[in-house]
Design a protein around this ligand. Structure first.
Ligand SMILES: [Cu+2]
Length: 139
């Protein structure tokens, strides 16, 4: 038979063991998270910049459409639509777009004042499709 004191001691020791392994588990989980989080956030190649800027009203037509990504992507689709003309698609010169790149520059076609949106779709290096929509206005 264990005395009450011995039982108490065993109890405290096992509580300490649980706490200890609990803290270690948290450390292990946290370090695992920190190791994998950069790969998680960089696996998709996000768009880092788009011109014309989203929701900006321009007094002069911007000379080009520019898309910048965090890593090299393949641009699968880019459309410029005139919102005021029932989303009429404008013809773009897509000559430089067949190669993987971090940056794509497309000359702006002649456009009248109005609201436009840019719809794009790209293939990320990890094989995922990423896409976006950005609106701007020319006054
Ligand atoms: Cu991805």
């Amino acid at each position: 038979m264990l005395s009450l004191n011995q039982k108490k001691h065993i109890y405290i020791t096992s509580v300490n063991l649980i706490n200890f392994s609990g803290k270690n588990m948290i450390k292990i989980i946290l370090s695992f998270f920190f190791i994998i989080s950069p790969t998680l956030s960089y696996s998709h190649s996000q768009l880092t910049e788009i011109l014309p800027r989203e929701n900006v009203v321009y007094s002069k037509t911007p000379p080009e459409i520019k898309l910048k990504f965090r890593s090299e992507v393949k641009l699968v689709k880019i459309d410029l639509n005139n919102i005021n003309e029932k989303n009429q698609k404008l013809k773009l010169n897509l000559d430089s777009l067949n190669k993987r790149s971090k940056e794509f520059v497309i000359p702006m076609p002649k456009i009248s004042s109005g609201k436009y949106n840019i719809l794009w779709r790209a293939l990320s290096p990890d094989g995922h499709i990423i896409k976006g929509k950005s609106e701007f206005e020319v006054k």
